[in-house]
Design a protein around this ligand. Structure first.
Ligand code: FES
Ligand SMILES: [Fe+2]
Length: 355
C-alpha cells in the first residue's frame, strides 16, 4: 500500500450531509458535505476517547462526536466541548486529523501522505467519452483479496480465455498469441490488444456482439488504485459497441479490498436496464475474484518470486511502478516488500523480468 497519492475512495453521489465511514489503508476515515456542499475528510477517530466520528452528526460545517458531543471543524480543530464551561480553553491536542480531499469525475479523492501540495501528482483524467457518451451503472463489492492482485487481473489480456471461459471468454481463441507494447508515464500505464477472429457463443452479451469481428481492448492503470478496461467491438465507427469498466480498489487491509465499479455502455442505455448491466458487471468481476482469492500469496510478492511471460508486461509495468514508489519510501508499514527488494525490482527493465 502506498502513501503520497490521491485515493479514489467513494462515489460522489454517496457522500451527503450524513457522515460516512470509509475503511481503507488499515484505517477509518469519515467524509461528509458541509453546508456549501464541499466534502470534508477527517480521521474517523475522536481525539478524546477514539469514538468513530462517522456515528456522529453534521452541524453546519462541523461534525459532532457521537460519544460526548465534541464539535470539530473542517480542519479537524475542536471548537466546542459541551461538558466544559464556555470560558474553559479547548485543549491544544483536541484535533482530529484532516485530509486534503477533492471531488472529480464522479469520485471523491482523498490524499493520504505527507507530501506538500505542490509536489503531489495531479488526479488522473479519464477518457472524456466515458462520461459524455456512455451510460454508467455502479457496483460496490467487498472482496477477500489484495487490492493490487485484483488490479492486476484487470491488466491481464491473457486471463480472458481461462477465467472468463464460461462467459465472454468463449469468443476468444485459446491459442491467440498475446503481444503488445506498454506506454507509461510516471504513475500510470496503458496497453492495447486486438483480437481479429472471434468464436461463437450464446451469452446475452455475446449475442449482442455477434458478427462484429474487430475486438479491441485497452487496459490502463492509474496508481495507486484504479484500473480501466475499454472494450470496443466492431471497429471505430458509430455502430461500435463500447464498454468501459472503471474500478477503484480501496485497500481495506492487505487481504481485503472494496471495489467501487463503474460499468459504462453505449448500448441498451435505458436506465431501467441498469440492473441488468450491474448484474453483468458483477458476474464478470466475480469470475476474476474467485480465482484471485485463491492466490497463494495475497500481498504482492517481489517480482522475482513469481514467473512471468511476455503477456504479463502490463502487470509487470504496474508492479515496477509500485516498487519504484516503495523504494522512495512511500510504502505504508503493512507493505510486504522490504525497501531493499523494492529498489531491486524497480530498477530492472520489464524484459529482464520475463522468464
Ligand atoms: S470520544 Fe468523542 S467526544 Fe468523547
Ligand atoms: Fe477479468
Amino acid at each position: 500500500m502506498l502513501k503520497n497519492f490521491w485515493y479514489a475512495c467513494e462515489f460522489s453521489s454517496e457522500v451527503t450531509h450524513q457522515p460516512k465511514q470509509i475503511v481503507m489503508l488499515n484505517q477509518r476515515f469519515v467524509v461528509y458535505r458541509n453546508s456549501q456542499g464541499q466534502v470534508i475528510a477527517l480521521k474517523d477517530q475522536c481525539p478524546h476517547r477514539g469514538a468513530a466520528l462517522s456515528l456522529g452528526w453534521v452541524e453546519g460545517d462541523c461534525i459532532r462526536c457521537p460519544y460526548h458531543g465534541w464539535k470539530f471543524q473542517a480542519d479537524g480543530r475542536c471548537i466546542d466541548i459541551p461538558a466544559n464551561a464556555p470560558e474553559v480553553p479547548i485543549p491544544k491536542k483536541a484535533i482530529a486529523t484532516s485530509y486534503p480531499v477533492r471531488e472529480s469525475q464522479g469520485f471523491i479523492w482523498l490524499f493520504y501522505g505527507d507530501l506538500p501540495e505542490a509536489e503531489r501528482h495531479p488526479l488522473p483524467t479519464f477518457p472524456a467519452y466515458l462520461s459524455t457518451k456512455m451510460h454508467a451503472a455502479y457496483n460496490d463489492e467487498i472482496e477477500c483479496a489484495n487490492y493490487a492482485r485484483l488490479m492486476e487481473v484487470n491488466l491481464d489480456f491473457a486471463h480472458v480465455v481461462a477465467i472468463h471461459r464460461k462467459s465472454f471468454g468463449q469468443r476468444v481463441p485459446m491459442n491467440k498469441q498475446i503481444k503488445y507494447r506498454v506506454q507509461e508515464d510516471a504513475w500510470s500505464g496503458v496497453a492495447q490488444f486486438s483480437y481479429d477472429s472471434l468464436g461463437d457463443s450464446k451469452t446475452v452479451l455475446n449475442l449482442l456482439l455477434g458478427g462484429r469481428p474487430e475486438f479491441t481492448t485497452t487496459l490502463t492503470y492509474y496508481l495507486p488504485n484504479i484500473t480501466l478496461a475499454e472494450i470496443h467491438v466492431g471497429g471505430k465507427g458509430k455502430n461500435a459497441i463500447k464498454i468501459g469498466i472503471l474500478v477503484a480498489y480501496l485497500p481495506i487491509d492487505e487481504k481485503t479490498s472494496r471495489s467501487k465499479r463503474v460499468f459504462y455502455r453505449n448500448f441498451l442505455t435505458l436506465p431501467w436496464l441498469d440492473g441488468w448491466a450491474r448484474k453483468l458487471d458483477y458476474a464478470m468481476g466475480h469470475e476474476d475474484t474467485v480465482v484471485v482469492e485463491t492466490l497463494a500469496e495475497q500481498p504482492m510478492p517481489r517480482i522475482s518470486e513469481e514467473l512471468h511471460v511476455a503477456a504479463d508486461a502490463l502487470a509487470l509495468s504496474f508492479r515496477k511502478q509500485q516498487q519504484k514508489y516503495l523504494a522512495k519510501g512511500w510504502g505504508l508499514e503493512s507493505s510486504r516488500h522490504p525497501l531493499t527488494s523494492a529498489t531491486e525490482d524497480a530498477t530492472q527493465p520489464v524484459t529482464s523480468l520475463v522468464n
